[in-house]
Each structure stands twice: as C-alpha cells, then as structure tokens.
Design a protein around this ligand. Structure first.
Ligand SMILES: Cc1ncc(COP(=O)(O)O)c(C=O)c1O
Length: 397
C-alpha cells in the first residue's frame, strides 16, 4: 500500500504526516489534481452553452464525468445530478419532497444520522406538520424490529445512512428498503452514502433505493463536488426542480417556463465544472484500484486497529460489519485533549460530536475521538496511534 500512498502528493510534501481523518475528508490523488489543472489550464469554458471547440471540450469532459460517476454506483448517466455534496443533496430532497407531506404523514430516520440527514427534515417538519420517527439501535446496529414497528402506511420517506460516521457500522440497507416496500409501498427510500462511497461497492439497482447522495471530497475527489442519484422515473415524473435559472429550462416566457429533461433540469446555473470533472477522475481512480484491493486493505487495517486499540481505549461501535471509522473514548481524558496531544506527533484525528450530536446523547457519551482510514493508511500509522494513546494514558491516568 506504500505504492498507493505515492499517488497522493501531500504525503511527499509532509513526510511525517499521519492522516487518520479520512471520514472528515480524504486526501487528493495526483490524477484528480491533474484533471482539475487540465480544465483550468487547457480548456476552461462554460458547459452546454458555447458553439466553439473549447466549450465543446469542456462539455464533453463534464458529461464524461457523469458517465464515470454513474459507473461507480451502477446507475444510468441520466440518473446522476451533480451537487455540491451530501448536504446539498439531502437538503434538495427535503425541500423538494416535503411540500407533498402533511400532518397525517411521517418521515422515518434512524438514531445514527449526521446532522445533514436530520436538520433539513426537522425544519421541513415544522413547516408541513409531518412526524419524524427514529429507528432505534441495538448494540450499535440498526434494530430492524424497531423499523417494523415504526414504518406504516403513513410513512412517506425513509432516509438513512449506509455507514455511520461515528460508529462505522454498515447498516442493513437492502433489508430495510425491502421492509419499506412491504410496509409502505408508496414511500421513498433515500440513502446517505457519504461515508460508504469510498469504502464499499454500491449498486443502486440492487439496493433498490429511490435516491442516494454522496460527496466528492470523501472519495478522493474535490471539495464542493458531489452527486445525487435518483431513479429515472422519479427524476422525470416525481421530483420537482429545486433551483431555477439558466440552462435548466427548455423555453421561457415572461409568464412561465418549462424544463429540460433530467438531469439538466436539476442543474440550474453554471455548475462546479472543475469539481464535476475532478469527481469523475476520482470515480475512475477508485474503479481502477478495484474494490477487492480497497476492501482487502481496509478490512485488514480495521482488524489491526481494533486489535491494537481494544485494550487501550473504549471503542464506541461494533466489532463486525463495519468500516475503518473508529470512535473511542479514554475514561478520564477529554477527546479534545487526545486530538491535541496526538497533533503534536503530527497524527490527525477528529474529536467531538462529528456532526452527530443526538447520537452521542442517545448513547450517553459526551464526545468521542475518531480515527478513520483511507486507501493510503498503513498499519505502521495505526501502531503510531496506539503508541500515542499509551503516552496520553501515562500522562493523564
Ligand atoms: C454520514 C454523513 N452524512 C452527511 C455528511 C455531510 O457531508 P458534506 O459535509 O460533505 O455535505 C457527512 C459528512 O461527514 C457524513 O459523514
């Protein structure tokens, strides 16, 4: 895996950097930087507007990035809408779908959700009066029995994360969506794939989700890029555009307008062209590495970390069915102190609520430290973390 590290220039420039915060954002491989630079230096132009060769080149690169992203999650190209990231994807869905709901309806989330898949629904619930329900956890896993009780004929949306950004567990997405189809055939299933996208192969058809959202910066792509997948029929007939302006319209009069076919009707204004091209390059990078290599490496790393850390810290999360996102506490030491002291050794990890404050309260923990891995992480770096933790314990306890 040292060979993979060489793809990421930051590790050449900062030789002693131990980056264990990939769940917050991943590092950028040279191929993605090259794709961004090529657009800005060789063929910058707006897309879908110009009739000259430069503009055609930019449009082709932008649309070919859509192919790469579609390929990554086994979707059709028309089912991919470029966004600024997961937060924009979830807000767009909440804004667009909620006006159809009323006080008789309910939206089902889980206790695991990141603020991005909670606060938009809370805000919409205030306006439209629907009820929010939360699937409970059992030993850190989603409790499908609780889901069975909560999802009913009045459930209109079930929106949940595929991987928790705190506990690292992989949720039983296929089973949950099957349950939604049985109990609430007209409900829409939304998957937050922010933490899954760089670590698990996703097949939207097999999952049978209606919508799925993710961010480019969590999959080795540029910040401010991302995608919203929607089933073609839903994008064509059900989901209303959420932004209005240039390039999403077919014709406009002073009185009204009608829309381009999807996905263009959802991409109003000049998009993040470089970001989309970089996102496409990141999708190609992942596909070229191959899931087998990525998953073998990361599951080995996770097993190594759990073994190294289990006697040193309290791990908050399951042992199995998880990815390399490991939240932990050291009784008697504040997580901010853990992160601060490790920073002195150039070990980067996150401390706090990780944008999942209600989950911390639900689990009765005040805050956690979190180490998270990427394809470039090595066992040596995890050993350095374990050593750093031993030092902290000697200092504080
Ligand atoms: C599970 C989950 N959902 C949503 C988000 C929000 O992603 P972004 O900040 O890229 O929009 C994150 C980011 O950490 C996340 O981990």
């Amino acid at each position: 895996m040292e060979a993979i590290k060489k793809h990421f220039p930051i590790f050449r420039h900062q030789k002693d950097l131990i980056y264990l915060d990939s769940a917050a954002t991943t590092q950028t491989p040279q191929v993605v930087i090259d794709a961004l630079t090529a657009y800005y230096t060789n063929y910058r132009a707006n897309v879908h507007r110009g009739f000259y060769a430069l503009a055609t080149k930019a449009t082709n690169a932008y649309e070919s990035a859509r192919d790469s992203v579609a390929h990554l999650i086994k979707a059709k190209r028309e089912e991919i809408i470029f966004t600024s990231g997961t937060t924009m994807g979830l807000n767009s869905l909440a804004y667009s779908l909620s006006p159809r709901l009323s006080h008789r309806d309910n939206v089902v989330l889980t206790r695991l959700e990141h603020h991005a898949n909670l606060v938009p629904w809370q805000e919409m619930a205030k306006h439209y009066g629907f009820e929010l329900r939360f699937i409970e956890l059992k030993k850190y896993e989603l409790d499908l029995e609780s889901a069975k009780k909560l999802i009913d004929a009045n459930t209109k949306i079930v929106s949940f994360t595929l991987v928790s950004n705190v506990l690292g567990n992989i949720t039983p997405a296929e089973e949950l969506i099957r349950l939604v189809r049985q109990k609430a055939p007209r409900a829409l299933a939304i998957v937050d794939a922010a933490q899954a996208i760089a670590h698990l192969p996703i097949d939207v058809k097999k999952l049978d989700c209606d919508f799925l959202v993710f961010s480019g910066h969590k999959m080795y792509g540029p910040t401010g890029s991302g995608a919203l997948y929607g089933k073609k029929m839903l994008l064509d007939e059900h989901l209303e555009p959420f932004f209005f302006g240039g390039e999403m319209v077919r014709s406009v009069s002073y009185e009204s307008a009608d829309w381009m076919p999807s996905p263009h009707k959802f991409e109003a204004g000049t998009p993040n062209i470089a970001g989309a091209i970089g996102l496409g390059a990141a999708a190609d990078f992942i596909m070229k590495l191959g899931w087998k290599k990525i998953q073998n490496h990361e599951s080995e790393l996770t097993a190594h970390a759990l073994k190294k850390l289990k006697n040193e810290v309290t791990i908050i999360g399951p042992v199995r069915n998880r990815i390399g996102v490991i939240a932990f506490t050291i009784p008697g030491v504040h997580p901010h102190d853990i992160a601060d002291i490790l920073n002195q050794k150039k070990i980067c990890l996150r401390a706090g609520y990780h944008c999942a404050e209600p989950l911390h309260h639900y689990l009765n923990i005040s805050a956690t430290a979190r180490a998270s891995f990427g394809i470039y992480t090595t066992k040596k770096e995890i050993d350095a973390l374990a050593k750093g933790i031993q030092k902290i314990k000697k200092m504080f306890l």
